[in-house]
Design a protein around this ligand. Structure first.
Ligand code: MG
Length: 166
């Protein structure tokens, strides 16, 4: 089989005195995501989708939240390590897609910067990185602004099929 698909999900609580970082982009907001690393839920969900596509476990396996070396970690650095793992298994990214569920702040103005940051970190074209944002219509934890969640998928293709057009 020359293509593999994986899905990813992540959610982090919103808390005061934390930076809000999504897709490696710092977004102005009065609260940010709480976590051991920089709590970049978008990047985490994408990493899990990439790992899931190859049945390589999840990010908690590679970057345990109780390991002090990942405290405050830049998730983009972790993403490049996961990408390296994917490549070492002979696969490359076909495309990634994600939807961020956040009641506030408005994320639409920041999506181009997120796509750029992720595509650059992965060394792929920006049109392989889809990011969308939606509110949860004030429903549940994300709707009450208790946190921000992200759903994602990753399609991987065998590296030798780099120029394969579908
Ligand atoms: Mg996470």
């Amino acid at each position: 089989m020359n293509i593999r698909i994986g899905n990813g999900y992540d959610i982090h609580q919103l808390a005061p005195e934390r930076a809000l970082i999504l897709g490696g982009v710092r977004i102005p907001h009065e609260r940010g995501l709480l976590g051991h690393s920089d709590a970049d839920a978008l990047t985490h969900a994408l990493m899990d989708a990439m790992l899931g596509a190859l049945c390589l476990g999840d990010i908690g396996h590679y970057f345990p939240p109780n390991d002090p070396q990942w405290k405050g970690a830049d998730s983009i650095v972790l993403l490049t390590q996961v990408h390296e793992l994917v490549r070492s298994h002979g696969w490359q990214i076909g495309n990634l897609d994600a939807v961020i569920v956040a009641e506030r702040p408005k994320l639409k103005p920041h999506i181009p910067a997120m796509r750029d940051r992720l595509a650059t970190a992965l060394g792929i074209e920006r049109d392989r990185v889809g990011i969308k944002a939606t509110t949860n219509e004030k429903l549940d934890a994300t709707g009450r602004e208790e946190g921000i969640a992200v759903h994602s998928v990753a399609l991987l293709v065998r590296a030798e099929q780099e120029t394969f057009e579908f």
